[in-house]
Design a protein around this ligand. Sequence first.
Ligand code: SAM
Length: 325
Amino acid sequence: MIGLDGEASAEEGQGFVSWQGQGVNPRRMQELRFDQLIFARQLLQAYDCLTLPEQDRLSPLLAAIAEIPDKFSDVVFEGPDTNDGKALSGFFKRFQPKLIESLQAAKRLAEPSKAAPRLHLFWLDKQHCLPALSYLHNRSEWPMGIPRLKMPHEAPSRSTLKLVEALHTLMSDNELRERMRAGQRAVDLGAAPGGWTWQLVNRGLKVIAVDNGPLKGSLVDDPLVQHLREDGLRYRPRKAVDWVVCDMVEKPSRIAQLIAGWLADGAARQAIFNLKLPMKKRYDEVHRCFAIIDDILDRAGLSYILRAKQLYHDREEITCFLAKK
Ligand code: SAM
């Protein structure tokens, strides 16, 4: 991706992938952009794995951290998102304050306002730890890349969390504020029971919700919602809208073609949509869909932004943001 030599390694079910560069200047690693990694929840630049004796983990850990240049904005303890990783939480609660206290005493923590790198301690188990750094604007701000979102109790489905996560992952806070505003118009294709529509309405958008199925809860008589029982693969609004969002269960290439068509024809300026991926050759399928989008928008003479992530709330799918430049 950034033209460096190295080797990736992963074991099935271990919950992380490591990539070891050969003769790579660590600064060049920052050319690897987190927002271009579709299937990664977090991006850390790790140092050598430490083996720490049970009777004194702190001293060798502090000695290894002393070798890392820079001050740190903060310190987070993490483990792989596996059952073994989750079992480390009690140990983290006991050990993390001791380490922070020692780093404060050694003046290794920067003013909270400074954009210093964050120190991550990624524990494989209680004896093995990878110290690592992450950098502002090139990481997920959520620990381990896992958003802790509260399910709004009035929302009709848990999918509502998927759209919130998508908005905050695929756009910066400033960009989101500029792009999505109260009073805008949106179309939600495959809207029922209404989790995504609910999010848009909650942000003050007027929504045309397209689905043969019923909407639920307060959306049924919300003045900002117009429910159309139509085929989302054929529907087009009479007047162009600011957003089209799409969560229909359909072949990914069909969705890629559909949404690129909306932008190419000027029916919408920007889109959020899911590509439900097949069990095998997922990465190939993503590239096939991106090539379809590129072909359609290129023929329409449009330059565009396309970002994609497998979100925490996604399962066998990725969520994409597409907008005219
Ligand atoms: N985003 C929704 C939410 O947050 O509640 C969930 C959508 S659900 C995963 C998929 C929906 O797509 C179903 O309600 C289904 O009826 C609808 N759907 C599938 N194919 C469709 C089509 N061709 N036209 C309209 N709706 C369609």
